[in-house]
Design a protein around this ligand. Structure first.
Ligand code: NAP
Length: 256
């Protein structure tokens, strides 16, 4: 691949890379030429195989992102194995569904920790590494946060998820504000309704499934591969003047 979207020689780090959107993004970045570090708490063997089939290097880092403890170690491990980190995709995330009246502190803390706190502190660790080379070399680091429709909307029965993903929108802008002049672009992708483990309960609920499909102009659930093109754009030189943007990839959901 040549031109502004080419990622040949770049190194990407993708969290939650064993399934779903993380796998779709890792494969798309690999097909655009990037070596990919796969961070997961379960062996991402399938993603590793798909990345290597694209003709680039895959490096697995096993880590549980339910606390910030592994953040520094992940960066050191990836830099030692692949040389440096050009692209960070903060994709790992969880969701807990319960009526707001009954929602527990445990479900609040668990979701906020993975979706928001670890996203920030891993970004901080990677940004400290990127600022070591980015502004002097003229090359730019790229941070891509995975937001949600609930970065824009309230949602139902998912209070900690809505709080965390609204927070991701705010942090994306803060990071852009602070790190743009240090050679880093920070943006987010807000996936619409994508068929993954995260949305299994919605897909299985006949009424919610029908209501969701009726509102999507594209008339179908998204596939993890649908997110890949946006990730390649935000990881590449083509997006060097894009900062703090939350790019919806939603089959038109928000247009409705
Ligand atoms: P998914 O298949 O469940 O993927 C979530 C990934 O995060 C999995 O790889 C999961 O690993 C990983 N993860 C969760 N907790 C972790 C932890 N403590 N340590 C390490 N890894 C952890 O669902 P998905 O839909 O692809 O979700 C990916 C991202 O997209 C999430 O941030 C989600 O909020 C966001 N999103 C999804 C949709 C959608 O419609 N699907 C829409 C908007 C945003 P395990 O497999 O080990 O659990």
């Amino acid at each position: 691949m040549n031109g502004a979207f080419d990622l040949t020689g770049k190194v990407a780090l993708v969290t939650g890379a064993n399934t779903g959107i993380g796998q779709g993004i890792a494969v798309a970045l690999a097909q655009a030429g990037a070596d990919v570090a796969l961070v997961a708490r379960r062996d991402p063997a399938e993603t590793k195989k798909l990345v290597e089939e694209a003709g680039v290097r895959a490096h697995v880092v096993m880590a549980d992102l339910s606390s910030i403890e592994p953040c520094e170690r992940i960066v050191e491990d990836v830099v030692a194995a692949l040389g440096r980190i050009d692209i960070l995709v903060n994709n790992a995330g969880i969701i807990r569904r319960t009526d707001a009246l009954d929602f527990s502190e445990e479900d609040w803390d668990a979701v906020m920790e993975v979706n928001l706190k670890v996203l920030f502190f891993l970004s901080q660790s990677v940004a400290r590494h990127m600022t070591g080379w980015a502004s002097q070399s003229g090359e730019r680091g790229k941070i891509i946060n995975i937001a949600s429709m609930l970065t824009f909307q309230g949602g139902i029965r998912v209070p900690s998820y809505t709080a965390s993903k609204s927070g991701v929108g705010g942090l994306t802008k803060l990071m852009a504000n602070e790190w743009a002049l240090k050679g880093i672009n920070t943006n987010a992708i807000a996936p619409g309704y994508i068929a993954t483990n995260n949305t299994e309960a919605l897909q299985a609920d006949e009424t919610r499934n029908r209501q969701i499909l009726e509102r999507i102009p594209e008339g179908r659930w998204g596939d993890p591969a649908d997110i890949g093109g946006a990730a390649v754009f935000l990881a590449s030189r083509a997006s060097d003047y894009v900062q703090g943007h939350i790019l919806a990839v939603d089959g038109g959901w928000l247009a409705r």
